[in-house]
Design a protein around this ligand. Structure first.
Ligand code: ADP
Length: 452
């Protein structure tokens, strides 16, 4: 927006140029703002750094709020704040024309409030709910001595408002200040729009990447499903043939193969179903006291039953606290991690489940001696449908859903999950669960021990 278009709508503007800020201050603010706009690509981080920089470097202002217009809700919402508690302030919903910021947004002009009385008069249009929020969020509980609202306009589209407040003296914002602030507001509006567009583009890109991975997985799954289905069909048809007579051992062998192939199919279908349930937001935790070491031993027994090539060890510290968690879901996380440890260390080796107790949380880990994961793949492991296509793992049947499912469950419990790996030596997956104060009694007295 050209400077001339944003004539101030208040005639009582002090005209001494430069204001109270030194030229040095302004120059350094300008540099800082330019560097934030050039380097910060996250919208929330960009606007909050920018506001901090403006308020801290400008001697005129001690507090400020940056509000962006939400077209869906038809109101201005705070995005960043200085001198206010943003957590409380986020509930603010300012309608166009309401109070100082709403007016600047509606008129598209810089609005100046040079005295506490003029400020109070402008704020008289605040809804009671917004007034209560503003009062609760304000660090200073007095009326500002002067304030200024600058609309953020990009290519004639109003996108928000920058409010700056001074608590020191009336008339603190001068024409010199505005000559400095308005170009910054224009730059800010442009950068906000660019950042929004970049974020939309990234979202579209990652959506199409997810779609590509999904299509790839569906084609792999169709292929993977055909193999067990062919076996099941072949052996069951053979068993049903009227003119064939098989010995009891042969019949048993056929049934055994059918049973195993059904398990493979069941796992694939289970992962797909679980993932779609979680996507639909149906993950509901049924939290109860959980004895983690007992649970880990039980899951390990199930897995050990399936793969006898590996050795297994549970090393969970004595006095491991009882956790507040959903046992079915934590079992699922452990099963996914242990299943992977076995699947992706095809030559056998030691699989260790370890439990560590920290002051606020417990850390449970599953370590294997498989071929490991290259660093460039480590941070993509928890993306849906991501599978490593190289190495021995490419022959393993899977969906790329086990780890994202595990992450959703762990995060729903308030924990974190990550992996560390050394290629050629093995991988360790870690997840944390918060310790609850109430259920911190020690476990059943069982201590760490070997399970083979
Ligand atoms: P799936 O095993 O069904 O492919 P996951 O989400 O459980 O899906 O795992 C995603 C990918 O992460 C796997 O395809 C594999 O490439 C890699 N991965 C997971 N666990 C391990 C492990 N313990 N060692 C090496 N690679 C692993």
């Amino acid at each position: 927006m050209a400077d001339a278009d944003r004539r101030i709508s208040d005639d009582g503007l002090p005209s001494h140029p430069g204001g109270s800020d030194s030229a040095d201050h302004r120059l350094s603010t300008m540099f800082e703002i330019a560097s934030i706009l050039a380097t910060e690509h996250d919208l929330d981080a960009m606007v909050s750094k920018l506001l901090v920089s403006l308020v801290e470097t400008l001697e005129t202002a001690e507090a400020g709020i940056l509000l962006l217009y939400d077209p869906a809700e038809g109101c201005l919402k705070p995005k960043a704040a200085q001198g206010y508690d943003l957590g409380i302030l986020r509930k603010l919903r300012i309608a166009p024309n309401e109070s100082r910021t709403g007016k600047a947004f509606s008129t598209g002009k810089t609005e100046l409030y040079p005295t506490p009385e003029i400020t109070a008069a402008a704020m008289s249009t605040l809804t009671p709910a917004n007034r209560a929020i503003l009062t609760a969020a304000a660090v200073r509980k007095t009326m500002p001595q002067s304030s200024v609202c600058i609309p953020l306009i990009n290519s004639q589209v109003k996108i928000g408002v920058l409010l700056l407040e001074s608590f020191r003296q009336s008339g603190s914002f001068t024409s010199g200040d505005l000559a400095f602030l308005e170009p910054i507001a224009d730059l800010l509006a442009l950068s906000i729009e660019n950042t929004r567009l970049r974020q939309e583009l990234d979202a579209i890109r990652s959506l199409s990447e997810a779609n590509r991975l999904k299509a790839e997985v569906i084609s792999t799954l169709a292929h993977e499903m055909r193999t067990p289905l062919t076996s099941i069909k072949g052996y069951s048809t053979a068993l049903l043939m009227d003119d064939a007579s098989f010995s009891v051992e042969t019949q048993r062998e056929f049934l055994q193969i059918i049973d195993e192939e059904c398990d493979v199919l069941q796992d694939l279908v289970h992962d797909l179903l679980e993932s779609s349930i979680i996507d639909a937001g149906f993950l509901k935790l049924e939290v109860q006291p959980v004895q983690a070491s007992r649970l880990a031993r039980e899951v390990l027994e199930e897995i050990a039953h399936l793969s006898r090539k590996h050795r297994y060890l549970v090393d969970i510290a004595p006095q491991f606290p009882v956790l507040d968690a959903d046992p079915r879901r934590i079992r699922q996380v452990l099963r996914n991690l242990l299943d992977n440890a076995v699947k992706y260390s095809p030559n056998g080796g030691l699989v260790v489940v370890r439990g560590e107790v920290l002051p606020d949380e417990v850390v449970i880990s599953v370590a294997d001696q498989g071929e490991g994961i290259a660093p460039e793949h480590l941070n993509r492991l928890f993306e849906k449908f991501f599978r490593i296509r190289s190495g021995l793992g490419r022959h393993v049947v899977g969906t790329g859903l086990g780890l994202p499912i595990a992450r959703t469950i762990v995060e729903a419990h308030g924990g974190r999950i990550w992996a560390e790996s050394v290629v050629g030596q093995g991988t360790t997956f870690y997840f944390t669960l918060p310790r609850s104060g109430s259920n911190d009694a020690a476990e059943d007295g069982s201590t760490g021990g070997q399970h083979e």
